[in-house]
Design a protein around this ligand. Structure first.
Ligand SMILES: Nc1ncnc2c1ncn2[C@@H]1O[C@H](COP(=O)(O)OP(=O)(O)OP(=O)(O)O)[C@@H](O)[C@H]1O
Ligand SMILES: [Mg+2]
Length: 313
């Protein structure tokens, strides 16, 4: 990451287009924001567009805006994200998901930073820096005809490859210490990492990269049985499921029922643990478990969990 930091500092003040590559969770968003923050554009907007999250049919209008009457439902002119990114940076995440027709339009926009909104002829000029990111194999996508070679070369003025965490294990202690102090402060704890846990962290394969490490440390901080939680996580990583929650194989149950049964048990256990830890603060629990508040309430009632106060009286 130190080498990447140097690249960021060297290119920040150029307007060079940057292509950030790396597996999911390695820190691509973080690097994109760091480039913007180090550049002369830092006072301007940083606009992120996730090309995979927007239905392909809406993506052109999302990026470039549309004129009134461009299509059914276009009641008024709407600027696109490129216009919002004027004087700033536009970050095109998951660029490999861009449909081919839009790849062609983007290529033209990158040549003169001028385009027409959907359904219009008037040309709009923008002054923005483009950063793109992907976790896909773009070379393979090109050989399959799914990604335009000319766009690839246009985007790839500077390429930053962020290696997976398993290839830079020397960063684990630093990252772990950083997340530990952050979560200790956030949750009002003072957890420490035992040498055994640290050794486990170094051994683990981290297929989810830094995001996975962040989540593991969060769980270590939040759960009383933090160390056990880590064991369970490692076990799940090895077997593709949580060893602790494996259901007893009832001969009378179909495979599907066994799976459903096991999943429900595991869910109930995790839900119960987290709720105890946060003293049944449901909003907090929904954040930790990364489900909506409503989903959490449904799960609580499905699992028939009750808060301690109601259990006592
Ligand atoms: N070097 C780092 N120091 C501190 N936190 C980091 C570092 N790298 C990544 N993170 C954290 O890890 C998480 C994942 O990072 P980020 O969202 O940037 O990954 P990504 O490569 O964009 O993933 P995806 O491909 O899934 O979008 C974030 O919470 C981020 O803050
Ligand atoms: Mg990302």
């Amino acid at each position: 990451m130190r080498a990447i930091r140097t690249v960021i500092e060297n290119i920040a003040d150029t307007d060079a287009t940057v292509l950030i590559r790396g597996e999911s969770g390695v820190g691509k968003d973080l690097v994109a924001r760091a480039i913007h923050a180090a550049s002369a554009r830092r006072g301007g907007p940083f606009v992120k567009v996730n090309c995979a999250a927007i239905p392909p049919g809406l993506l052109e209008s999302e990026l470039f805006g549309h004129e009134k009457g461009a299509f059914t439902g276009a009641h008024r002119r709407k600027p696109g994200q490129f216009e919002y990114a004027n004087k700033g940076t536009i970050y095109l995440d998951e660029i490999a998901e861009l449909p081919l027709a839009l790849q062609a339009k983007l290529l033209h926009v990158l040549q003169d930073f001028r385009f027409a909104r959907v359904g219009g002829n008037a040309l709009v000029d923008v002054d923005t820096r483009v950063i793109a990111a992907t976790n896909r194999d773009l070379e393979l996508a090109m050989t399959r005809g799914e990604f335009r070679e000319d766009l690839y070369y246009r985007l790839n003025v500077v390429e930053i490859h962020i290696p997976p965490l398993r290839e830079r294990k020397e960063e684990i202690p630093l990252l772990a210490a950083w997340f530990l102090s952050r979560f200790n402060e956030q949750y009002g704890r003072s957890k420490q990492l035992s040498p055994e846990t640290m050794a486990r962290l170094m051994e683990h394969s981290w297929s989810g990269n830094v995001r996975e490490l962040e989540n593991v440390i969060r769980r270590l901080v939040v759960l009383t049985d933090g160390e056990q939680a880590f064991e369970a996580l490692v076990a799940r990583d090895r077997n593709g499921r949580a060893a602790a929650s494996r259901p007893a194989p009832f001969a009378t149950e179909s495979l599907r029922e066994i799976a459903r049964h096991g999943a429900r048990q595991a869910e109930r256990k995790a839900l119960g643990e987290v709720l105890e830890q946060v003293q049944w603060n449901r909003a907090e629990a929904s954040r930790i478990l990364r489900v909506s508040y409503k989903t959490l309430l449904n799960k609580i009632s499905e699992c028939e969990l009750t808060p301690p106060s109601r259990r006592r009286f």
